[in-house]
Design a protein around this ligand. Structure first.
Ligand code: ZN
Length: 160
């Protein structure tokens, strides 16, 4: 069976940046499981997985526009320190969760001042060209319920 729309694909991956440094790997956990064609994963990786079968191994390098987007300079926000539970212990580079109109968003602390904290809400991998080493571990038909929800249920997916 080949990965296509309405199939559930599972794969192990190791993610590296342009400098060849490993950023993360699924090898210590369960394989990543996703519903193909439902934008569950970044577009460049979804494209590369189309037509692959269990056991296939490949490497793909993905530019920012097909991954987490370009880094935007207008994404830095100044937030009053009193909005953080523990502002004086924050340090640049630390990830924090901030409330926005679109719900909670992960942000990176850029600068900690006495009264304000500057955070960058760009995705940590925005602006980066990413290389994935992938091994496909399984392909199955999605259930009608998974297709209507747009995500995978059960192991590796959403339980609800
Ligand atoms: Zn669901």
């Amino acid at each position: 069976m080949l990965i296509a729309d309405k199939k559930v694909g599972s794969f192990h991956y190791t993610l590296s940046n342009e400098q060849g440094e490993q950023i993360e790997s699924s090898r210590e956990r369960q394989p990543m499981t996703y519903l193909h064609g439902s934008r569950n994963i970044i577009p460049g990786l979804e494209k590369a997985l189309a037509g692959k079968a269990a056991g296939d191994q490949f490497q793909v390098t993905i530019p920012p526009e097909e991954a987490y987007g370009e880094r935007r300079t207008d994404q830095v926000q100044r937030i009053p320190a009193k909005h953080f539970r523990d502002a004086k212990h924050l340090k640049p580079g630390r990830m924090v969760s901030i409330q926005t109109r679109r719900g909670p968003v992960q942000a990176t602390v850029v600068k900690v001042g006495r009264f304000n904290v500057d955070v960058d809400t760009n995705h940590p991998l925005a602006g980066q060209t990413l290389t994935f080493d992938v091994e496909v571990t399984g392909v199955r038909d999605a259930t009608a319920e998974e297709i209507s929800h747009g995500h995978v249920h059960g192991p590796g997916g959403v339980n609800h």
